[in-house]
Design a protein around this ligand. Structure first.
Ligand SMILES: [Zn+2]
Length: 73
């Protein structure tokens, strides 16, 4: 695994098709962006961990915005 660049977290074309699974907003609106080692929803702010290049899109394991730990930037 390399942590040299956030853009290496997952392929850009993979990121482009992923959407936040929060029922609070339309699925298509839930565009994700890479923040540290997580994917953060641009709408609701929930974060999804990425492990070994695989995003964990389980809602039960999503990190609420208020609980997310600051990521070194
Ligand atoms: Zn969301």
């Amino acid at each position: 695994m390399s942590d040299s660049s956030n853009t290496d977290l997952i392929p850009a074309d993979f990121l482009a098709i992923l959407r936040c699974v929060n029922d609070a907003h339309p699925r298509d609106d839930g565009v994700l962006r890479i923040v540290g080692k997580t994917l953060v929803c641009t709408v609701c702010g929930y974060a999804y961990k990425v492990e070994d290049g695989i995003p964990n899109m389980l809602w039960d394991e999503a990190i609420p915005p208020s609980d997310s730990t600051p990521v070194c930037s």
